[in-house]
Design a protein around this ligand. Structure first.
Ligand code: PMP
Ligand code: GLU
Length: 396
């Protein structure tokens, strides 16, 4: 008999779609994958070289559970340089990806039944990670006309005396929206008034477009910094998804708790990947800008194409690498004599009939929408947009 926890968890739909698309591709099926939440670029050469050097130098043993000192120092320098935040290495925990950092944060903060406010649309793993750590996800709906952002009033209405934390994800997966200073200040004011932690997932901080700038809520003042746990990592910024390095920064007490939990759960993150992450963070950041520019170009092309198509629309993202497309209007239409019905079926039709992989919105708490990742080449995007258009033209 499985545990209650296990039976409450749905496997990650983003990883499932990605795996299905990769499998179809390996079978020789000509699939256009908009599912993947991972950059399509190779990990930059100088980062790979650092890993090879680490292996050759025999850096292949256990490290301190919460990460090697030089990487923690590098992460502290990064926070100071990029975010104006002063942390000491004792406040930083290096983990096996940002997802693992989030798991550590919830494990360190939550008691059974503690509530965590999650604005919808949300990244698929937040509610599940909260549940895995005995917490209760409280979903706050946001509106497309508010660019899917949570504000003071919808935040305040979700707070109870069990509220322990608020999840903030800017730039946001899946909506691509970025919170401004004023919007962050509103959330900070509420968190401070009610003494609620902020879990700020900043993994897409380097991928912003059109003049949008990432700001960490922790940088709004020492008092809000003390209530914030920042989660970040190298997966998205340096195209290092498979290396599994993420990190969290917080008050020393929380960091020590996360480090203790990790020391039993996984020990240290991979020693070689830590060396590679050190190089990624400390070497020239030109590779990041190159990737960002490519994402920017693809995004503009896709937004333009989609907003010219019937039944679908999307707001322009300011960050990350996803378009969140509202295709609710297709649900009442017929495709080859059968109703499209809902977002899951729409995504299934696109995959089976047009060989286009997308992630339906239900896993993001937004059933009318579907996520299209633009972490694929402009050539694939062009073909994928043609296929989407042909699918929509078939609807009656
Ligand atoms: N947060 C967000 C918003 C994400 O999209 C992802 C995607 N994987 C993660 C965290 C986790 O990243 P990773 O574990 O690869 O560092
Ligand atoms: N975060 C990425 C996504 O949203 C990768 C998959 C995952 O970790 O869920 O697609």
């Amino acid at each position: 008999m499985l545990s209650r926890k296990a039976s409450q968890i749905t496997p990650s739909p983003t990883l499932a779609i990605d795996a299905k698309a990769k499998q179809m591709k390996s079978e020789g099926i000509d699939i256009i994958g908009f599912g993947a939440g991972e950059p399509d670029f190779d990990t930059p050469g100088h980062i790979k070289e650092a890993a090879i050097a680490a292996i050759n130098e025999g850096f292949t043993k256990y490290t301190p559970a919460s990460g090697i000192p030089e990487l923690k120092e590098a992460v502290c320098d990064k926070f100071l340089k990029d975010n104006g935040l002063r942390y000491s290495p004792g406040q930083v925990v290096i983990s096996n990806g940002a997802k693992h950092s989030l798991d550590n944060v919830f494990a360190a903060l939550l008691n059974e039944g503690d509530e965590v406010i999650i604005p919808a649309p949300y990244w698929v793993s937040y509610p599940e990670l909260v549940k895995l750590n005995d917490g209760k996800p409280v979903i706050v709906e946001t509106k497309e006309e508010n660019r899917y952002k949570m504000d003071r009033s919808n935040l305040e209405s979700a707070i109870t005396d069990r509220t322990k934390a608020i999840v903030l994800n800017s730039p946001c997966n899946p909506t691509g929206q970025v919170y401004s200073r004023e919007e962050l200040q509103e959330i900070a004011d509420v968190a401070l008034k009610k003494n609620i932690y902020i879990v700020s997932d900043e993994v897409y901080e380097k991928l912003t477009y059109g003049g949008a700038e990432h700001l960490s809520i922790a940088s709004l003042g020492e008092d809000i910094k003390a209530l914030t746990v920042i989660v970040n990592g190298v997966s998205k910024t340096y195209s290092m998804t498979g290396w599994r390095i993420g990190y969290a920064a917080s008050e020393p007490k929380i960091a020590a708790a996360m480090s203790g939990i990790q020391s039993h759960a996984t020990s240290n993150p991979n020693s070689i990947a830590q060396k590679a992450a050190y190089t990624a963070i400390t070497a020239s950041q030109d590779c990041v800008e190159e990737m960002r520019q490519a994402f920017d170009k693809r995004m503009r092309y896709m937004v333009d194409r989609i907003n010219k198509m019937p039944y679908v629309s999307c707001i322009e993202p300011e960050g990350a690498f996803y378009l969140f497309v509202n295709l609710g209007e297709t649900f009442s239409r017929q495709f080859r004599g059968k109703p499209v019905g809902d977002g899951n079926n729409c995504a299934a039709l696109l995959l089976e009939q047009y060989r286009v992989a997308v992630v339906p919105g239900v896993g993001f708490g937004a059933p009318d929408c579907t996520r299209f990742s633009y972490a694929t080449s402009l050539e694939n995007i062009t073909e994928g947009m043609d296929r989407l258009e042909n699918f929509l033209k078939e609807l009656v």
